[in-house]
Design a protein. Structure first.
Lengths: 289, 432
């Protein structure tokens, strides 16, 4: 029993940390720019595909792929923000959703044209395939690494937003765009930088998913973006703390559901979201603004 | 918000039609087609139009491509040799997605707007079942090349009399019943499953259990863990199975999800603990190639066709031609797609007509030779009877993926349900 519960928690933590990596960028962009970026899942997918391509052509060094892949995605993210998204910041949410959803379709099909319609399997990453015996059962070291990366990203984000100069300017600009601009903050450039950073986080999530899922498909971003949305809603849209806690809850709840209440595994997540929305419509850590 | 819904794009169709032209123009060397006065008089007013649909978008898009390779190759071969009874064959290939509505829309478009004479394809069992009444109204033959639900042929064709539906691939009997015939000789008594959380997964597991209980009364079934469509994280399912400590694992996971499942199971050490593993759809080329060396040895796999069986001239030459044409080993849907067009050819030539009624009565009971071997379309339910082996994965330096080593053939007549599909004597085991 101890063994099963321990492994359910480990599985839940690694699932949750994945959702967090995607939800963090989504939340950051929404919190600062006020844009609900549906195409964030596409950046996750592109992160995985670019990482795959680096692995394929520059030798199977995963860390190199994880470094270069997301940088390529950031270039695409820059073009999307600079030439499209920038023009809908002041428009109502439905317009933003329409535009970003269009990008979901465009990126899915671009991936199919560039990388082919079938699924891709990454080259053998032997160095990452080790396991560790935890209470009598093997657990992949890579998953432990993911479990460690999640909180590190959370800590880094917190330090950056709360403690750094850049973070202070971001907070100022997101609470009052005009005033910040009036005192000389280059708001458009600042927003681009935040968008790129959020995109980078999503792409890192995709890159990290390459050895974890072991399979790339066009459309792989759509499942995770829905989970990330649920997490963001439960935690409170725009709240990074909320997204982190939400991701942990959903990850562990799903793992427990699958193991102990298999009949309700898909249902649990949505019932939790419904309860949170009824009891606290702004989400667990949502502000009142 | 469904995964597949977002992906359906028509430009793939456009690409498909482009490749039809490109492929056809690449042919023609060394083939002498009689022409002018010496040509046999065309008995059929051409062209003969085939509407083919398979999944071309989303996670299963690779399957559609494999269908297309097989069907396209048959089309090129047939047309290079003068078509069917003198009539040229045309094919349009459409994305079926996995949604029922899309499959019905495609079927209607093919028949009502494009004036197709014959339809083929379909990967999803849900779509196949939904097409039952539609095909009856459209009154065209639909040759199913992948969807496996036994209900299609048992319920729609046999019980409700929808004569327009035929199936050229093996149904769930191969996945469920035949697996039980193999499992009875394994030293495993306690079985568990991780399988898809939908009709296909439930039905196969039920068939496997029922037949295995009859064949080997001492067996027990420890646990079942059902993975929803689109699962990318199987660790909780793997935990469920390992907690139950079975000796045998049966899994009808397939395509990309099977690849992910096998990789994650390997990392969790599942194959060190569970020695007898059976994968009814494990012999699919996308899975074998996708897993490569990550597929352990001595896993029992099967499929709707495997390119190394039967080891005869007809099949081996076909595989060689296929590799030459596409630079790829044929997947099982390539074989069924290819044979679906040759079934049409045989039926039209025998019937002397492309009329649906004539096609149906000719196809019923028709025998044909195909790469997968000898097929007979059973008259009662329109199911093609042919044999596919189960086999154990093996490393072979000649191939960059695991192949079927030791094979075990459960003949279709021993493991396929029989009409009237209810009451005693309609379910296996059969002796002869």
């Amino acid at each position: 029993m101890l063994q099963s519960v321990a492994h359910v928690i480990l599985a839940g933590l690694s699932t949750g940390m994945f959702i967090w990596l995607v939800a963090s960028g989504l939340t950051l962009i929404f919190g600062v720019l006020g844009v609900l970026n549906f195409a964030h899942g596409s950046f996750y997918m592109l992160g995985a595909y670019f990482c795959f391509t680096v692995l394929k052509y520059l030798g199977a060094n995963f860390w190199l792929g994880l470094l270069l892949g997301p940088i390529c995605v950031c270039i695409i993210g820059f073009l999307v923000e600079r030439f499209f998204l920038r023009y809908v910041y002041h428009l109502a949410l439905p317009y933003q959703l329409l535009l970003t959803f269009a990008f979901v379709l465009i990126f899915d099909n671009l991936v199919k044209m560039v990388w082919g319609a079938g699924s891709l399997t990454p080259p053998d990453l032997r160095s990452l395939s080790g396991s560790l015996e935890i209470i009598g059962r093997k657990f992949p070291i890579y998953n432990l690494f993911i479990i460690g990366v999640g909180p590190l990203v959370a800590l880094g984000l917190w330090l950056m937003i709360e403690k750094s100069w850049w973070g202070r300017i971001i907070r100022a600009a997101s609470s009052d765009r005009e005033m910040a601009a009036a005192i000389g903050v280059p708001v458009p450039a600042l927003f681009t930088s935040v968008f790129l950073f959020g995109t980078w986080l999503g792409a890192i999530g995709g890159g990290l998913a390459v050895p974890y899922v072991g399979l790339l498909t066009s459309g792989m971003g759509e499942t995770i973006i829905i989970e990330a949305f649920i997490v963001a809603v439960i935690g409170g849209l725009g709240s990074l703390k909320g997204a982190f806690v939400g991701a942990l809850i959903i990850g562990i709840l799903t793992a427990f559901g699958t193991r102990f209440f298999p009949a309700f595994d898909m249902f649990l997540t949505f019932i939790l979201m419904a309860i949170v929305l009824l009891w606290k419509p702004q989400g667990l850590f949502g502000g009142t603004k | 918000m469904s995964n597949q819904g977002m992906n359906r794009r028509d430009f793939l169709k456009w690409i498909a039609s482009g490749s039809v032209v490109a492929g056809a123009s690449a042919l023609g060397t060394g083939v002498v087609v009689p022409s002018g006065l010496w040509a046999a008089p065309a008995r059929i007013k051409g062209p003969i139009k085939v509407g083919y649909q398979a999944v071309l978008s989303g996670a299963l898009a690779g399957y559609g491509e494999f269908h297309k390779m097989g069907a396209q190759m048959a089309l090129e071969e047939i047309n290079a040799k003068g078509g069917i009874a003198g009539a040229k064959v045309e094919m349009e290939f459409r994305d079926s997605t996995t949604k029922t509505d899309d499959a019905i829309k495609n079927a209607r478009y093919f028949v009502d707007s494009w004036e197709a004479d014959y339809l083929a394809g379909i990967d999803s069992s849900g779509q196949a079942l939904a097409l039952g009444p539609v095909m009856e109204k459209l009154d065209r033959v639909l040759m199913v090349t992948h969807a496996a639900t036994e209900k299609l042929t048992e319920e729609w064709v046999f019980k409700k009399g929808v004569k327009q539906i035929f199936r050229i691939c093996t149904p769930t009997y191969q996945d469920g019943h035949a697996a039980a015939f193999v499992a009875k000789d394994l030293p495993a008594l306690k079985w568990a499953t991780v399988s898809p959380k939908y009709e296909y997964g439930f039905t196969c597991w039920k068939m496997f259990q029922e037949t295995l209980k009859k064949l080997k009364p001492g067996v027990s079934f420890a646990t079942e863990s059902w993975a929803p469509f689109g699962t990318t994280d199987f660790r909780s399912h793997i935990n469920t199975v390992m907690d139950a400590n079975p000796d045998g694992l049966y899994s009808t996971e397939w395509a990309g999800e099977l690849i992910t499942f096998m990789k994650q199971a390997k990392q969790a050490g599942l194959f060190d603990k569970i020695k007898h593993v059976m994968l009814p759809v494990g012999a699919a080329m996308d899975v074998l190639e996708g897993l490569g060396a990550d597929m352990p040895d001595n896993i029992w796999i099967s499929g709707r066709y495997f390119f190394l069986y039967p080891n005869n001239k007809n099949n081996n030459e076909w595989v060689a031609r296929f590799r030459k044409r596409w630079n790829h080993y044929p997947a099982y849907v390539s074989e069924t797609g290819y044979s679906a067009l040759y079934a049409l050819k045989a039926a039209v030539e025998k019937a002397g007509s492309k009329d649906t009624k004539a096609l149906i009565s000719t196809l019923e009971g028709m025998e044909m030779n195909s790469p997968a071997g000898h097929r007979v379309f059973r008259k009662e339910d329109h199911q093609a009877m042919y044999d596919v082996p189960w086999g154990k994965t093996k490393t072979d330096p000649k191939y960059p993926f695991k192949i079927m080593g030791e094979q075990k053939l459960i003949p279709a007549r021993m493991c396929f349900n029989r009409p009237p599909f209810e009451g005693p004597g309609s379910e296996p085991p059969f002796q002869k």
